[in-house]
Design a binder for this molecule. Sequence first.
Ligand SMILES: NC(=O)c1ccc[n+]([C@@H]2O[C@H](COP(=O)([O-])OP(=O)(O)OC[C@H]3O[C@@H](n4cnc5c(N)ncnc54)[C@H](O)[C@@H]3O)[C@@H](O)[C@H]2O)c1
Length: 311
Amino acid sequence: MSRKKIALIGAGNIGGELAALVARKELGDVVLFDIPDKEGLAKGKALDLEQNGAVLSHDAGIKGSSSWDDCAGADVVIVTAGVPRKPGMSRDDLLSINLKIIRNVAENVKTKCPNAFVIVISNPLDAMVYEMKKITGFPAQRVVGMAGVLDAGRFQLFLAREVGASVKDVRAMVLGGHGDTMVPVTSYCTIYGVPVTQLIAPDKLQAIVERTRNGGGEIVKLMGTSAYYAPASAAVVMAEAFLKDQKRVVPAAAYLDGEYGYKDLYMGVPVVLGAKGVERVVTINLTAEEKAMLDKSASAVRELIEASKKL
Ligand SMILES: NC(=O)c1ccc[n+]([C@@H]2O[C@H](COP(=O)([O-])OP(=O)(O)OC[C@H]3O[C@@H](n4cnc5c(N)ncnc54)[C@H](O)[C@@H]3O)[C@@H](O)[C@H]2O)c1
């Protein structure tokens, strides 16, 4: 069996951490790609990380590059190309800049990595992953966006800290678009099977929901740029599920063709991730209030997609 090839498009904060995690887990050989201006950064990080492997005793080839030829034939492509938020910006403020970048990346993915499973991270996430599918023409199963695993992780942490339980025992679900309208679904959150609604008072739970919605912004405000450790880990969970056919059930931005009543839209829903990519969108029952929030989120995503079409 030959080694898998994982192309990381964007060698910035998330790209570097992705390379470190993929190498540590020995998921395959890595190409860390960036634009020619940042070739030195990509090559430098790649060399540092290969040396890191020699110290920690894990072995994966890591190549820094600004040539798409090096990405050719990748099994998995993870896209972080673009600019992150600065304090005071919303994810949607990034649309016009990142749309140009994602279009360029998607054209290259289409020709150089025609069989890849593509995970998009760049923001505004739902519009970026929609554009990636549109330009590559890849089947919906092979183009997915990372947001839900990260947002659920943030929700899980805040819930665990509130009840004084381990994060390992908390399971939470965050659906909808990756923006201010995301829907942390409290009715499906449990601590080792016990619904959080039995353990946390409604006002405290609502405060945690709000903190989750603003979870990215809280970090941007603190350090002047986006989070990168947890976002990288979340994407690696998804890549590993694909590479090892794990059939993980996770929230992710998936293409909806009628599921949940939405058509021609990417949005966060529970999916099964395995060797075929997004193998299934899982449909769950929502309360009327949760469905109303999801509708609002879907409208916000649709507005972004419509705005993209005009740019
Ligand atoms: N989906 C999520 O949950 C989530 C979470 C955090 C951040 N993000 C987003 O991820 C993106 C990356 O964040 P970051 O912190 O790594 O940013 P960063 O600025 O550290 O890295 C981005 C890299 O992309 C590169 N790039 C620009 N144009 C490119 C192109 N055409 N081809 C290849 N590379 C190109 C830049 O040179 C830069 O090195 C941002 O858009 C950010 O908002 C998403």
